[in-house]
Design a protein around this ligand. Structure first.
Ligand SMILES: [Zn+2]
Ligand SMILES: [Zn+2]
Length: 478
């Protein structure tokens, strides 16, 4: 590609910084004139009318539970660094992560005594070196051992390394794979339409440690775009933390007829303290970490997803039928919903029979929810005003579930360090997307267009290391 054309394409991609929403207390009824507005004369800022702290919108009569916006904003910041950072490339203070905005760039700034290139950040003027990542073979061995689910102890023995070196290598592998996969995604996600499917799952480690996780896949490929969890190292307001109460998770109920099952799920949701108050039973925190309330984690997760949808003219979110993530999904695309560029649908996966649900849909639950049959079960438009089924396409309905199963079966259950959780999840995301084929021998990355072929673990690691090492070279040649 001629460099002028490359620059034009890049300019479009980098045209604006992504701004996350800052305030989450507003009317969340998308058929109300106040939908998404932070301030309105119709609001009562704090109501206990329904027994929980809520905002009351007098225009539509809704009582959305109060959200701790300050904590959500801090979690977004923490998550953006974990999942989208370009580290070890660029200035650690100023360089925005992938999907987050235009690069601030660096200037050459002499060499160190050891002849490493020094760089100066164009924004904060701090000076740093980027040492080339070496030891691809050792990183590939680590990746392949992790792919087999080996415990940290076993891998340290295999590689004859001390724990300190193991954790250093793990972080290096994590950063290289994150850099490479995000770079590939940024190149691939350029269509005028994207649909993202999101489901939640409890991920269990040894010693009663359980975390709540959210997985979002691109629907045509089944490629895992974002997998986040509710563990944090931040000090937040108490009400942002998970409260260790008895489980209010909705059962799958796939053995009941589908309409009965849906009715029961709505009923169980009503039994909650409020509809965003999700609990998954008592659990043990890893030392030095806290667990977030699932809905707080969901608000941050969906804000980050707006990075993946920002360049699409139109997009859909297909979310699991779980009311604790509904508000989060709505809040990531308020303007796009108003402009009729974005739609959100609930999904319910169920092995339904042909005759159990009419094609004209079934009114179940509240918020005018109307469910329509689909091959995978049923769906319900959350944002669409029309009472007819919208054409929605979900070629890989099991994609999120497949990823959850992959993690439970292939990831070591031993968890000793908080930072290793992010590293292990990200390494597995790369493994699942690029290395593991379906029955036709195709990987999710191939279907997304992020990879030309099925990669071996070593090929993936080599490509990732090369991407990081080339970053600065490319920066100065374009
Ligand atoms: Zn309202
Ligand atoms: Zn800087």
């Amino acid at each position: 590609m001629p460099s002028s054309k490359l620059k034009t394409a890049k300019a479009v991609q980098d045209s604006a910084a992504l701004h996350f929403r800052l305030h989450y207390n507003c009317c969340k009824n998308c058929r109300c004139q106040n939908f998404g507005l932070v301030e309105s004369a119709d609001y009562l800022a704090e109501s206990f009318q329904l027994g929980y702290p809520a905002l009351h919108c007098k225009a539509c009569g809704s009582y959305p539970p109060l959200v701790d916006s300050e904590s959500v904003n801090r979690i977004i910041d923490e998550r953006a660094k974990q999942y989208l950072s370009k580290a070890p490339c660029g200035c650690g203070n100023c360089e925005p992560g992938f999907f987050l905005g235009p690069s601030v760039g660096v200037k050459r700034y002499g060499k160190t005594g050891a002849n490493s290139q020094r760089y100066q950040c164009r924004q904060c003027e701090s000076v740093f070196t980027q040492v080339s990542i070496k030891g691809e073979e050792q990183l590939a061995t680590l990746f392949n051992s992790l792919s087999l689910g080996h415990s940290p102890q076993k891998i340290m023995q295999q590689l004859s390394i001390a724990p300190k070196i193991y954790y250093q290598l793990l972080q290096r592998l994590f950063h290289c794979l994150r850099f490479y996969t995000r770079q590939q995604e940024q190149k691939s996600l350029n269509g005028s339409f994207i649909a993202i499917h999101t489901e939640s799952q409890i991920h269990a480690f040894s010693e009663q440690k359980k975390i709540w996780t959210l997985c979002s896949t691109e629907v045509n490929s089944g490629y895992v775009l974002l997998h986040s969890h509710n563990q944090t190292q931040l000090e937040l307001n108490d009400n942002a933390y998970y409260q260790q109460k008895a489980s209010t998770l909705l059962p799958s109920l796939t053995e009941s007829p589908i309409v009965e099952a849906l009715k029961r799920r709505y009923q169980l949701t009503l039994n909650r303290y409020h509809f965003e108050d999700l609990h998954y039973g008592p659990t043990v925190n890893l030392r030095g970490t806290k667990l977030l309330q699932p809905s707080v984690c969901a608000y941050a997760h969906f804000q980050l997803l707006s990075g993946f949808t920002q360049h699409s003219e139109n997009f859909h979110h297909y979310i699991e039928h779980e009311s604790s993530i509904r508000g989060a999904a709505l809040m990531c695309c308020v303007d796009e919903i108003k402009q009729q560029r974005a739609e959100i649908f609930y999904l319910y996966r169920h092995p339904r029979t042909q005759s159990d649900m009419g094609t004209t849909g079934n009114k179940v639950g509240w918020w005018n929810d109307r469910w329509f049959p689909a091959d995978f079960g049923a769906f319900c438009g959350i944002t669409s005003v029309q009472q007819v089924p919208a054409p929605i396409s979900l070629p890989q309905p099991e994609a999120c579930q497949n990823y959850f199963t992959h993690l439970q079966e292939n990831m070591s259950k031993q968890l000793k360090s908080a930072s290793s959780v992010d590293a292990l999840f990200e390494i597995n995301r790369a493994l699942f997307n690029y290395v593991i084929p379906d029955q036709q021998g195709v990987s999710p990355a191939m279907r997304l267009g992020a990879s030309q072929k099925l990669m071996t673990g070593s090929e993936l690691v080599n490509a990732a290391v090369a991407a990081v090492n080339q970053d600065h070279v490319l920066k100065f040649n374009t």
